[in-house]
Design a protein around this ligand. Structure first.
Ligand code: FE2
Length: 312
């Protein structure tokens, strides 16, 4: 016969953290994190633990493989410095960066998007360039490129005052931060769209390039028998208050690796029409082949927020 005292409702006992077998572990770990105050932090951390545990179970991860994986993660950190971001590169080559991009743009992945992954080479504070100016700051051989671009809202109305960063690799396949032969900020510039939403510039036609392969991401590519090349492209970042910051790339349509981008960045929407120039070039010093690019960017209403620069 219970007494009135013994019938008092007691709080449930704290779950035991004593592990009774492989099958009990995941729930115990998740229970230990139940006090996470921030709801989103709890949701993300719990899902991460669940999926990591499921991953180890699925492949029956060996101790040697666990040690290799830990060393791999450590080497990603050790390979990262002010001018190189191995973590972004690793995320890129396993398609994770593109997945996050597609989940967060184009109506949360439901429709095609004008966005693409940021990549590891955007730098804050590119030099301002007047409309029609050049990205070339030190001698950079290669076919001249004249780009005329326009930024609109989804209804096609021009967006004035958009700050647009442009950056690209040289025709030898290196960004200036990778190449002592280029001056600081070569092939980088920041433009402002005019009243008709337009900005234009001169540069060189980009060439495809290999991503850096001297770190753990390169080890992965070699183990998988994959080439390290990206098809040629220009990078763009459009920023205007009231609009979701547009991070994207425009690919060269005749690149032989358009269909095998090592970082999975190419969508049909982002293939540009780089047309061979005909007749008199737009600048008198152009002597060889030259190209034109016309491209229209669409920015969706939303929050303007700059990404964290992957390098300084
Ligand atoms: Fe790039």
């Amino acid at each position: 016969m219970p007494t009135a005292r013994s019938a008092t409702v007691q709080p449930p006992p704290a779950p035991s953290s004593i592990i009774t077998g492989e099958g009990s572990l995941t729930d115990i770990v998740i229970a230990a994190m139940a006090g996470t105050a921030d709801r989103r932090t709890r949701e993300v951390a719990e899902a991460f633990v669940r999926h990591m545990h499921a991953f180890a179970r699925e492949v029956r991860l060996t101790e040697a493989e666990f040690e290799y994986g830990i060393d791999f993660l450590n080497r990603i950190g050790q390979a990262t410095h002010d001018l190189h971001n191995e973590a972004i590169l690793f995320s890129d080559v396993i398609g994770f960066s593109t997945l996050v991009c597609l989940l967060n743009n184009g109506n949360a992945g439901a429709t095609e998007t004008a966005s693409a992954l940021l990549g590891p080479f955007w730098r804050m504070n590119s030099p301002r360039v007047a409309n029609g100016g050049s990205l070339i700051r030190s001698p950079t051989p290669g076919p001249a490129l004249f780009a005329d671009c326009r930024v609109t809202d989804p209804k096609g109305l021009p967006l004035a005052g958009v700050e647009v960063d442009v950056w690209q690799a040289s025709p030898v396949g290196l960004y200036e931060n990778q190449d002592p032969g280029q001056c600081d900020m070569n092939l980088r510039g920041k433009f402002t769209t005019d009243a008709d939403g337009r900005f234009s510039f001169r540069s060189v036609k980009p060439a495809g390039y290999p991503v850096p392969t001297d770190g753990p991401s390169g080890d992965l590519l070699r183990a998988q028998g994959r080439h390290p090349f990206r098809p040629a492209h220009l990078h763009f970042l459009g920023f205007k208050e009231g609009y979701k910051t547009l991070v994207t790339q425009v690919f060269v349509d005749d690149d032989e690796r358009l269909e095998s981008d090592v970082v999975f960045g190419v969508t049909a929407h982002l293939v540009g029409n780089y047309r061979p120039g005909k007749g008199t070039p737009p600048a008198p010093d152009v002597t060889g082949p030259w190209y034109r690019l016309d491209y229209q960017f669409v920015m969706e209403p939303g929050v303007a927020k700059l990404p964290r620069p992957p390098i300084k």
